[in-house]
Write a protein that binds this ligand. Structure first.
Ligand code: F6P
Length: 470
């Protein structure tokens, strides 16, 4: 019989806490907002709920106690230097990340990385089992923690468990390369609800469960031999749209936007890219397309500039180091060839900025360029749209970003096709006011309606329903 003691506590289990422990200039420890879409999306969700967030604060500190930060209740998990190397940089980001992103880079397979993945997933699980109240809801996030649902169900069958994958779930043909494919599928099946960005990811998962684990499935439901049901469905993630718009309307942001444009030399057209420095993001391809437009005379270097913000990410993983060098070289070459004194063609910023500065950049950009080779969603595209409250601005968006499913009115591009991308950049740049505003209005309606609160409510309600239907 089901236990009658239920709790409304929500426990988030994610690889990262929303804040990273950093050393301040005076040598004392401080906290900085963590990078990436997961934190941007979950932070506002947690603020409206009685929740606890379990995660890694970055680094290898060991003496961390649970603490409150800016109204959030945080429970840190320590990783050793070896965990960081094998679980985080290795299995998570040099094996799973490339496999789940269309093998854009070659995945590496190492048995000791897998052992570390199992071990760290177990430690997250044990902490979640300690922290969760009887009958609480535990929401596990992303590819770093795919074994937690099953491990947690074994320890705490009273809990309602959900899992959400923020990145794409690959086609069966790619997933099948993973030597531990069955363990990963079984790990995920510990959840009541497994959420994906797109219906295609959910369908890939159900098909794999049928083929590789042999469970019966019907549409989006997996039937387990013990009578339990697991639902796999799409819940496209979003942002706190109104909060972004409010930020963009602030006087300080409006002033900063004007300052940015003037510091750029008051060009007619500002192109903007904002990404974690990651090989999936297509940064090189877009910079090439832009520079060719200048070289072949379609754009004038006096009138058009490109600002590329690349937030440092996973800097000890070989592929990321190589990419950084490649971008450094390319930007150097383009600016060497096309720049003038005080007027580089590309303003390249290898740094992360507070939200206010990002909102000012979004306001300053005439054309936002989002061209990943593969991306779960891409929240930057949605943030740009949220900040364009005057219905102005153009979005050039890769077909391979999850966001392209919803933002159909963007200038959609195939990032592998440089000529196609050049044509779209030009079209977006030359579009008349009416065309830009028609497209932006439609995208704004979508992003205002499907915001992060709607996403979280949809997921949590659906979790409760799976529970009830048993
Ligand atoms: O959404 C994808 C994601 O990998 C998150 O899980 C992660 O927190 C974010 O991007 C940033 O990556 P990392 O935590 O490796 O710095």
């Amino acid at each position: 019989m089901e236990d009658v003691t239920q709790s409304d506590q929500l426990v988030i289990v994610a690889n990262r806490l929303p804040v990273d422990r950093v050393e301040l200039p005076d040598g004392s420890p401080g906290w900085r907002r963590s990078p990436g879409g997961l934190v941007s999306a979950m932070d506002p969700v947690m603020r409206t709920r009685n929740g606890v967030w379990i995660g890694w604060p970055g680094g290898t500190e060991t003496d961390l106690e649970p603490f409150e930060d800016d109204g959030l209740s945080l429970v840190p998990i320590s990783l050793t230097a070896q965990d960081v190397e094998e679980f985080y940089e290795g299995m998570s980001n040099a094996t799973l990340w490339p496999i789940y992103h269309d093998v854009v880079a070659k995945p590496e397979f190492h048995r000791e990385w897998w052992d570390s993945y199992v071990d760290v997933n177990r430690r997250f699980t044990e902490r979640a089992a300690e922290v969760a109240e009887q009958g609480a809801t535990v929401w596990v996030h992303d590819y770093q923690l795919q074994l937690v649902p099953q491990m947690l169900r074994e320890l705490r069958p009273d809990l309602r468990i959900g899992f959400y994958l923020h990145i794409p779930f690959p086609p069966a043909e790619l997933f099948a390369q993973l030597p531990w494919r069955r363990q990963v599928l079984e790990g995920l099946l510990g959840a009541d609800l497994v959420g994906f960005q797109l219906p295609g990811g959910a369908a890939n998962f159900v098909r794999l469960v049928r083929q590789r684990v042999g469970h019966k499935t019907h549409r989006d439901i997996v039937y387990l031999p013990d009578g339990r049901k697991v639902r796999a469905a799409a819940f496209p993630i979003s942002i706190d749209t109104r909060a972004f718009e409010e930020l963009a309307r602030r006087e300080s942001v409006v002033e900063r936007c004007a300052e940015i444009r003037s510091a750029l030399g008051s060009p007619t057209k500002v192109f903007l890219g904002v990404d974690r420095l990651d090989y999936t993001k297509g940064i090189i391809a877009r910079l090439r397309a832009f520079s060719e437009l200048i070289t072949d005379g379609s754009l004038d270097a006096d009138e058009a500039v490109f600002v590329q913000v690349a937030t440092p990410s996973r800097e000890r993983v070989a592929q990321y180091r190589l990419l950084r060098d490649e971008i450094d070289r390319l930007v150097g070459r383009i600016n060497g060839d096309l720049g003038r004194i005080g007027q580089p063609a590309i303003h390249y910023l290898h740094s992360s900025y507070p939200r206010e500065e990002m909102a000012a950049l979004y306001r300053a950009a005439d054309i936002m360029v989002v061209t990943p080779f593969r991306d779960g969603m891409n929240l930057v595209a949605k943030e740009y749209v949220a900040c364009r409250y005057d219905d102005d601005g153009a979005l050039v968006l890769s077909e391979f970003a999850g966001a392209s499913n919803e933002l159909r009115q963007a200038w959609l591009v195939n990032p592998y096709d440089i000529n196609g991308m050049k044509a779209a950049l030009l079209e977006a740049c030359r579009a008349d006011d009416k065309a830009r505003s028609r497209r932006m209005k439609a995208m704004r309606r979508t992003v205002l309606r499907n915001d992060v609160a709607a996403w979280a409510d949809g997921f949590l309600e659906s979790m409760a329903e799976v529970g009830r239907s048993e």
